[in-house]
Write a protein that binds this ligand. Structure first.
Ligand code: ZN
Length: 199
């Protein structure tokens, strides 16, 4: 039985594709959009179109940005000798919220996962190694999530960096095993950064 008009059904299906959105939420979002005034709906459409058009990856750290390079890479006050390697742009936001880390980032956009067919070349590892070539970086902090893929990706990167004269550390205590950096609170994340260990 068809509960919705075809166009409404299509809208619900699009929302349903978003991470963490189930059919109930997708329906709620679709009805919300349909209830918007013409102006508000246009604002939403423009925001999506603008973001898609103007936001891309920073050529240095691969974080999402609408300027080139991104604000963090451009900032002269940041310590350019330290790079914190994270899985996603959301992890950069989480780290920045702690206000503790003053170095630069490198966003991998995923982790190596043979199960899901994700190979080292599918994420931004090559770009990281390229950044290390000029010898300015003294430490690379691996801040991938503490699960199997995150650990394996960290070890893989550590092996790649071995030929360089660079200290490689891994954030340690504080982040629960199986937890997500994105969801860690600021105190936990700060402690994890302070107690990072050499790998
Ligand atoms: Zn950048």
């Amino acid at each position: 039985m068809d509960y919705y008009a075809v166009t409404v059904q299509k809208l619900i299906e699009e929302f349903r594709k978003m991470p963490g959105v189930g059919s109930k939420s997708a329906q709620r979002m679709a009805f919300y959009v349909l209830g918007l005034s013409e102006e508000k709906a246009t604002n939403l459409i423009t925001a999506i179109a603008d973001a898609k058009q103007k936001v891309g990856y920073c050529s240095v750290c691969c974080n999402l940005t609408d300027e080139e390079p991104c604000r963090i890479c451009k900032d002269d006050k940041r310590d350019k000798s330290v790079i914190c390697v994270v899985e996603s742009p959301a992890d950069v936001v989480a780290m920045e919220k702690t206000g503790e880390f003053k170095g630069l980032y490198h966003v991998l956009h995923g982790v190596i996962s043979p199960m899901d067919g994700v190979k080292p070349d599918d994420i931004k590892i090559k770009e990281l190694v390229t950044r290390l070539a000029d010898g300015r970086v003294k430490e690379v902090i691996i801040a991938t999530n503490p699960n199997i893929e995150g650990e394996a990706t960290g070890s893989y990167i550590a092996r790649l960096i071995l030929p360089f004269d660079i200290k490689v550390t891994r954030i340690a205590k504080g982040i629960p095993i199986g937890g997500d950096i994105e969801y860690a609170d600021e105190v936990t994340l700060t402690r994890a950064m302070e107690t990072r260990t050499k790998i």
